[in-house]
Design a protein around this ligand. Structure first.
Ligand code: PBG
Length: 327
């Protein structure tokens, strides 16, 4: 049953044949582009740890979203840099906070774009943790009300979907019932369901000024050694009402993406995070790797592992390459 009857190379002979039997393709529709928004006007300041990414003020963000939409990218994920931080992260749920303003401007200029907001407190708290702190502990239950309030304020401002990234227990249920109470029962939740305590978030934390001021996030984010625990985390989020579940980071967790895809009947998103972006970018800038080739291979790998949606800082590049037909 082997050679010479079978010759796998026959189907690799021409580009047309290779295209015909290609199993995995990243579509522009799979992409979600993360963006950072800050106070001020006319601001477009490059983020040092993430070349090609910027802190945008609301006006320049709206312009940028025009480019994103023209490329056919269906969705963005917004992160806010507040004016000031405090113990309870109050700008996170301020109706006039940075995200609320950005969302409402974004939706009035680009109603067709799906605007997703990251729901978390760490960018807004002075201690940099994703929840309320008492006696050095990150308190779970008192945090839930603040997250729910944040999510409601985002949807009130016009967000199409909310994405809790805090990893508190019970936050999806708290957000779901708060949204439903407000009449937002049609608005989906994409939960960061399997979010690991990862060193790959470094460049993002520099960009969002959200590094914890004491300790680390290991009492709420998952241990990178664990896979079985994912089944529990994802099941809980689905039971609590998550519509899409996310695995984060992506590249060191391709097995987790595959496990979630094979186990649960909901769409799976994977977050190709800042450290993964920075590694590629840094090596490419030194001429050590071919950026385009590497990006296409990595995003295809994430999709092949089972992701339906990919959050990536390479979304614009990838969309442009798909559009021009060079992927
Ligand atoms: C907020 C949040 C983080 C990221 C997304 N949402 C940082 C963290 O958990 O420390 C990281 C995204 C990235 O690295 O690209 N909790």
């Amino acid at each position: 049953m082997g050679y010479p009857i079978h010759r796998p190379r026959r189907l690799r002979r021409t580009e047309t044949l290779r295209c015909m039997v290609r199993e995995t393709r990243v579509d522009i529709d799979d992409l979600i582009y993360p963006l950072f928004v800050t106070h001020g006007e006319g601001v477009k300041k490059e983020i040092e740890s993430m070349p090609g990414n910027y802190h945008f003020s609301v006006d320049t963000l709206v312009e940028e979203l025009g480019e994103v939409e023209a490329l056919g990218i269906p969705a963005v994920m917004l992160f806010g840099i507040p004016k000031s931080k405090d113990a309870h992260g109050s700008e996170a749920y301020d109706p006039e906070g940075i995200i609320q303003e950005a969302v409402s401007a974004a939706k009035s200029a680009h109603p067709g774009l799906c605007v997703i907001t990251d729901v978390c407190l760490c960018e807004y708290t002075d201690h940099g943790h994703c929840g309320v702190v008492k006696d050095g502990e990150i308190e779970n239950d008192p945090t839930l009300a603040l997250l729910a309030k944040t999510a409601v304020s985002h949807v009130r401002a016009g967000a199409d979907m909310v994405a809790p990234s805090d990893m508190m227990d019970g936050r999806v249920a708290a957000i779901r019932s708060a949204l439903d109470r407000e009449g937002f029962e049609q608005f989906p939740i994409m939960s960061y369901a399997a979010k690991y305590a990862s060193a790959f978030y470094g460049p993002f934390r520099a960009a969002a000024q959200s590094t914890p001021q004491f300790g680390d996030r290991r009492s709420y984010q998952m241990d990178p050694s664990n896979q079985r625990e994912v089944l529990r985390e994802v099941q809980l989020d689905i039971d609590e009402g998550a519509d899409i579940v996310m695995v984060k980071p992506a590249l060191a967790y391709l097995d987790v993406i595959r496990l979630v895809r094979d186990t649960f009947p909901v769409p799976v998103a994977a977050y190709n995070v800042s450290g993964e972006f920075a590694m590629v970018k840094g090596a490419a800038q030194r001429g050590w790797v071919d950026e385009k080739g590497i990006v296409i291979e990595l995003l295809t790998g994430i999709k092949r592992a089972g992701a339906d949606l990919i959050l990536t800082y390479f979304a614009k590049d990838m969309a442009a390459w798909i559009k021009e037909g060079t992927v």
